[in-house]
Design a protein around this ligand. Structure first.
Ligand SMILES: Cc1cc2nc3c(=O)[nH]c(=O)nc-3n(C[C@H](O)[C@H](O)[C@H](O)COP(=O)(O)OP(=O)(O)OC[C@H]3O[C@@H](n4cnc5c(N)ncnc54)[C@H](O)[C@@H]3O)c2cc1C
Length: 420
């Protein structure tokens, strides 16, 4: 079958890989000059089944109102984005009942756990250094307050029936595991260690996967912006790009936050909105005590991930439409977070050489990725992965490939259907 995939980020590439393995003829259409130059470029680097909760926890409305106008808020709503968020926002809030929230945690967790198995299979087949030698295992969730510690433990216990692996740590055990945290001393209440979590550079993974796919017959059309899709009867017959039209038997939209705009051209509505996040990538030359394990600070809502000689600090979430401009106060916020988690990093932070980045998480209203056929039979979606796109990309690609190829899936695919 001739299959065209729109988008060459984590989701488009992973879907392309699995469908190519099934013998299909794949074309990946990407508006940028290469793969993974948008949201999959400089994310937090975490593949964390342990961190799969959707953002719409019970009480999220109260939190959002409380955080309005606070530049250091973990989830910030900009007033200019409010009109575009109205319908999606209602659905986001509807998913924040205790029952739905808990069901959705399980959906995300199962996908993330399945992801580890799929990645292993991929790594045995193709040379992906970022899944092998270059990447690492384990994450620490660090808690500064006893209430946070209780929450982390409750969540881990809640996921126990799904066999989450975790170890509760007191502060001395944390310092033994990650000595770079020692200077925090009594500020630490405790935490947890998740040995199954992984970390690695998503952009490098995408670069290596692209190379492999090109060498294995997948066609890439870079610098090709998709303008719209065309429907004939009950199927999509072609897509219009700035370079001309393309036909295929099956089309997949994996264009991150822009999936909604493309799908809209054939009347398919996807409940996904962009949520901006920032990252800093530093090379702290001379800092011999730099961390070796990613640390997620529960109080500060930030993650610090070692990626070889680099340190990635990621965090902040802000609904501000499709704006990816960098704001000094949000960047400063990340520098402050790094200094608060690793006080010894301060002398080694060089603002000039630090790479500053922002990207748009494609956040679905339910907080669960959409891996689905649409009401148009030959049009499929792989989007809405929000803050867990790296954590679930490989499994999402495999799941969509199995759905299209009508093979038995490793997960219950109906859990990820486009809501009617
Ligand atoms: C600050 C931050 C930190 C994060 N940290 C983590 C983390 O630690 N762990 C984790 O699991 N996830 C994390 N994420 C989320 C993760 O990065 C995303 O979920 C994931 O990258 C989404 O991948 P994607 O393929 O859907 O989108 P993208 O990577 O954006 O890919 C979509 C592609 O489609 C292309 N495209 C769009 N429109 C068109 C068009 N009209 N024509 C042609 N091409 C088009 C784009 O150019 C782009 O290349 C983070 C996100 C952010 C912003």
């Amino acid at each position: 079958m001739k299959i065209t995939i729109i988008g060459s980020g984590l989701l488009g590439l992973s879907t392309g890989y699995h469908l190519a393995q099934e013998g299909h003829q794949i074309t990946i259409v990407e508006r940028r000059k290469d793969s993974a130059l948008e949201t999959s470029f400089a994310n937090g680097g975490l593949l964390t089944p342990s961190l799969c909760e959707p953002w719409n926890a019970p009480g999220v409305l109260f939190d959002l109102l409380k955080w309005i106008g606070r530049e250091d808020a973990p989830l910030l709503l900009r007033p200019k984005a409010l009109p575009s968020l109205f319908l999606w926002g209602l659905s986001f809030l509807r998913s924040s009942t205790r029952r739905r929230y808990e069901e959705n945690i399980f959906r995300n967790f199962r996908l993330a756990k399945y992801n580890l198995a799929v990645l292993e299979e991929m790594a045995s087949n193709i040379p992906l250094s970022e899944l092998g030698g270059g990447a690492g295992v384990g994450t620490i969730k660090l808690c500064r307050q006893m209430e946070e510690l209780d929450e982390v433990h409750k969540m881990a216990e809640f996921l126990s029936p799904e066999n989450i692996c975790f170890k509760t740590l007191d502060k001395n055990e944390i310092f033994a595991l990650e000595p770079a945290l020692k200077p925090l001393g009594d500020k630490v209440a405790g935490g947890s260690y998740f040995p199954e979590d992984r970390f690695g550079d998503a952009h490098q993974f995408c670069a290596e996967l692209t190379k492999y796919l090109i060498n294995n017959g997948v066609q890439f059309l870079f610098n090709t912006n998709v303008i719209n899709m065309k429907k004939k009867g009950d199927h999509v017959c072609e897509i219009d790009t700035e370079q001309g039209s393309l036909s295929a038997d099956t089309f997949i939209i994996a264009a991150g936050s822009y999936s909604t705009i493309i799908a809209d051209t054939v009347g398919v509505k996807i409940p996904v909105k962009p949520c901006k996040g920032y990252s800093l990538t530093l090379e702290p030359d001379g800092w011999t005590g730099a961390p070796k394990i990613p640390v997620i600070d529960q109080s500060l809502h930030a993650a610090v991930t070692p990626l070889g000689p680099k340190i990635r600090v990621a965090g902040t979430a802000e609904f501000t439409g499709y704006d990816v401009s960098l704001h000094e106060d949000r960047l400063q916020n990340l520098y402050n977070l790094l200094g608060s988690i690793f006080p010894e990093s301060r002398p080694y932070i060089n603002h000039e050489t630090t790479k500053k980045w922002s990207g748009l998480r494609p956040v679905s209203a339910s907080g669960v990725p959409i891996i689905s056929q649409t009401e148009i039979k030959n049009l499929y979606l792989n989007t809405g992965h929000g803050q867990i796109g790296w954590t679930t990309a490989a499994a999402s690609g495999k799941a969509l490939s199995d759905l299209i190829c009508q093979k038995e899936a490793g997960i219950n695919i109906s859990d990820y259907s486009l809501p009617k």
